[in-house]
Each structure stands twice: as structure tokens, then as C-alpha cells.
Design a protein around this ligand. Sequence first.
Ligand code: HEM
Length: 418
Amino acid sequence: MTTTEPAPADHDAPTTADEPALLAWLARMRDEQPVWRDRFGMYHVFRHADVHTVLRDPATFSSDTGRLSPVARTTNRGMLTQIDPPEHRRMRMVVSSAFTPKRVAALEPRIRAITRSLLDDVAGDAFDLVDALAFPLPVTVIAEMLGLPASDHGMFREWADRLFSMQVDDPTDPELGPRVEAAMADIRGYLVERVRERRAAVADGTAGDDLITALVAAEIVTDGSPVLLDDEEAANFSLLLLLAGHITTTVLLGNALRTFHDHPLPDGRNVWTVLGEDPASIPAAIEEVLRLRSPFAQTGRVTTRDVEIAGTTIPADRFVLPSLLSANHDERAFADPEAFVLDRGIGGGAQTAFGHGVHFCLGAPLARLEGRVALEELTARYAALDPVDTDAAALRPYPRGVLGVRNLPVRGTPRHEG
Ligand code: HEM
């Protein structure tokens, strides 16, 4: 039996670089075409309930994109985000103990010390928030967890920038795989070297307790017998932690400042002022920022069988792109979704920026902690802190997929002069 697929789309989706156009388009699509087949044959899913349906069902919506793309099959090896159950659970367990709320909470003093030292280094009241804090804070934290030296941070930024700045006009372009490969080759080579060093250290009993050591020492039980990750798998897993561990939190902090600036509370009060008076409301504010400006606008899955979503039948072996950003703006799930409402509820609730289901973000407790500490320290220092430029050229928004900016010039009003 063959399924008749919807006709190819007559337009492209706006990119994350044009946020107002993207949000307006998503709102229209949620109403008019909750499942949309783009001209590359990928199915976008826009409504909150449907996004959850996709993310809850890994048997039908596989994360193993290597099924459709031979290049992905090698680049995905060891990448937790691309592995389906039951292997996924075994792999996730190798590092999950480092990310429990309790283990993460123990990092708070170190995160606060890094934040204070970075803010002490800021000269003057006008500075770039991304350069000063939003990039160096999360990259320092995740690099320390992985056991990578501070002197290499500049290199990580360059690599991440190269990867997330790639212009992808046609996601089905066979050249795309080799381009991604090329953008990742340096960092992969660097991490393979670190993996080999750790393996040698484990062998001669001098290993520390960092995450790369945990990865090379872990025995994954497959088909009843324990197997070690090979160098490539351990390097890919480390790469995911390194990239996922900083770029998203960098984006979150920039998004927070921009959202406080352009979304006053429904009663007209300025969010920054409220957070300064009541730091206990910072976690709730972070959830609203994640909802309104979700750093990962969408994620990806591949269908393993024909399946119907919102009245559209998606055949087997198709890319499906659940839009986390759209789900988070869905009026079917959130009352007055464009408003910044502080008391929607702490702890995630229905907010979907960290995903949903078995791949729910492993680093969510860490990202929330970093965001909270950063905003506590910033609001304690500055009575006001506002973006000075909203011009896209100055902010350099990411071109696709990631909703956020690579620069954010701000001006602060210190609480205590001198
Ligand atoms: C605001 C910050 C962050 C956001 C918005 C975010 C978002 C996400 C999302 C949406 C997923 C699910 C992807 C999918 O289902 O396909 C995910 C998975 C993941 N995230 Fe995060 N993330 C953030 C911070 C972090 C941090 C700090 C780490 C630390 C290492 C991290 C590590 C991971 C890992 C390892 C996964 C894969 C989990 C799995 O496949 O089981 N993330 N993240």
C-alpha cells in the first residue's frame, strides 16, 4: 500500500534569524496546517499535544537519523541524542549520575565563584553579555566536568560557532553530511586524543574522576556481555556533552536579557526590577524565557512506520521535525502564550524547551542552575541591565535551528556606585 503524500510546500519556513516572522508563521501553521510537509519532504509538527505525541513514542519516531542518511550513521556513533531504546538507556546511564539534581546542586559554589570572577573582570558599565558571561560560564563548567583545560575554551567557541552558523538551504543536500563532518573534524580529532589519554591513565591507575574518564571506563552490557565504548564513540559522546553543555545555556542567558527587555509583566512592571526585589522568582522567570525563546527551536526524528498525526498520514522513513518553539507558544496549551507570566509554575510544567520523553535534556538541572546563579549575581550587581542594540547585524542571531544571538551589547546601572 502506498500513502498519498501532501503536495510539496509552496514556501519555505522563516528561519530563527527572523524571529518575528517565524513566530507569526508558526501561529498560522498551528491553526491551518498542524502537520506540514516542506519542499524537502520533511514533516513539521507544530501543536503542543502533537509534539508530545512524537517525543513520547521512540518506537514510531526514531532518533536514529542514520536510518535515512548513511553519513549520519558514522557521525552519530555514540551520540546519545541519536540512539533509540533499549541501547539509549544503557548509554545514558553511563553519565546520568553526574547530572542528577543532587550532584548538580553540589556544583553551585563553583558556578557562583566562576560567575563572580567573570563579572569582576567586566570593565565599565557597557559590555557584551555573551563575551563576558553567557559564553565563558557554561563552557568553563562543562569543560571542568569533562576534564578539559581552560586554555582550550577559545577553540571550543570557534568550533561551536562554525557548526551552528552553517547555512543549510537544503537539508536533504547530499553535500550536507560531508560539510558537517568537515566542520566537526577538528574538535572530533581533539577529543579522540583526550579519550586516548584517559584510556592510558585508566590503564596505569592515574585517572581522575572526570566525565571522559567515566566514558572510557564504562562497561555497556550489550547482548549479555560488557563492552567498552571505542575511541570514536567516547569522543562523540564527549562532543555532544561539550556542545550541548554550553551553546544552549549561552543562548538562554542572552535570551533572558532580551526577553526581560521586550516583555514587561502583564501588570506593566519590569521583570528585571521584580527579580532584583525577589530573587526567589528567578527560576520561574527562566522557565518563561525558555518557553518564549526556546534555544532549540526544533528537534528531529525519523518515522519507522506509517503514522497519523492531526489527520495527516506520515509514511515510514520520513524526517519529522517537532517544533519545540511552536509547542511552547501554543494557545491550546498556554493561556495568553505571548505574555511573560511569572507564576505559570516552576519546574518545567508543560514547557517543552528541554524536550520530552526518553531524550529529555540530561543537562536541564545544570542549565537551570547556571541560569539561576547568573541572574542572581547580575541582578545583585545591576539595578538595570538592558540590551543597547537590537540590530540583527550587531547581535548576529544564529541562522537556523538555534533561537538566540551570538553577541549582546548591554548597559548596566550598578546598584552600588564605586
Ligand atoms: C538552556 C539550556 C538547554 C536546552 C534548551 C537544552 C535542550 C535540549 C533538548 C531539546 C534536548 C532533547 C533533544 C531531542 O529530544 O532530540 C536535549 C538533550 C540533551 N541535552 Fe540539553 N539543553 C540545554 C542544556 C544542556 C546542558 C547544560 C547539558 C549538559 C551537558 C545538556 C546535555 C544534553 C544531553 C546529553 C542531551 C541528550 C539526552 C538524551 O538523548 O537522552 N543540555 N537538550
